[in-house]
Design a protein. Structure first.
Length: 194
């Protein structure tokens, strides 16, 4: 099965990070404190820590850690979310600047979402496994710790996966999605349907 390469769709050269369900992604491990995330993220670049809006009273206070690539003045390559109750519970890889993360050889970051869906279907058929659709209709691996999101890059909707565990007060990973992940740079992650 052949997958597109980064050069095929003109995105930035990426680091490659591994993903282990319920353990972590790249150097980041679920459950880490804010300080531990900042220290581990130094391999990628500089960090900015801020408070997240507390949209739901059942969640403990949460911090957002934006990791910017060294020498690149643009959006964060990775955004990590740390809850006071459970520590690191979500890592979002930016579609343009984020590291490439694969699920069993299937590249997940920065992919045209329609092409990723085709590759995810082919992967599922070849491996005899299921694939998963988010409530928004994005296809991805059948792993509760990987939620596919869309990020508009130019005129193309690209993949921005969230690698997660359930946070305090939530029933599922989908319930745990930080409110900031519904909007990036003030814009909805996916085009609004009218």
């Amino acid at each position: 099965m052949a997958f597109e390469t980064e050069a095929d769709f003109g995105l930035a050269e990426r680091d490659e990070w591994s993903y282990a369900p319920a353990v972590g992604v790249g150097p980041l491990r679920f459950g880490m404190t804010v300080d531990a995330v900042v220290e581990a993220a130094e391999i990628l670049g500089r960090t900015e820590v801020s408070d997240c809006a507390r949209d739901c009273a059942i969640f403990s206070p949460t911090w957002k850690i934006e990791v910017h690539r060294r020498g690149v003045a643009s959006q964060p390559a990775v955004t990590a979310y740390v809850s006071q109750g459970v520590g690191l519970f979500c890592v979002a890889a930016d579609a343009v600047q984020g590291p490439q993360v694969a699920f069993d050889g299937l590249p997940l970051v920065g992919r045209d979402l329609s092409e990723l869906e085709g590759d995810a279907i082919a992967y599922a058929e070849a491996m005899g496994v299921h694939l998963r659709y988010t409530p928004e209709g994005y296809a991805g691996p059948d792993d509760p710790g990987v939620l596919m999101r869309g990020q508009l890059v130019g005129r193309v909707l690209r993949s921005r996966p969230l690698f997660m565990v359930t946070r305090d007060g939530a029933n599922t990973e989908w319930d745990s999605v930080p409110s900031d992940e519904y909007h990036v740079k003030g814009k909805p992650m996916a085009p609004e349907v009218v």
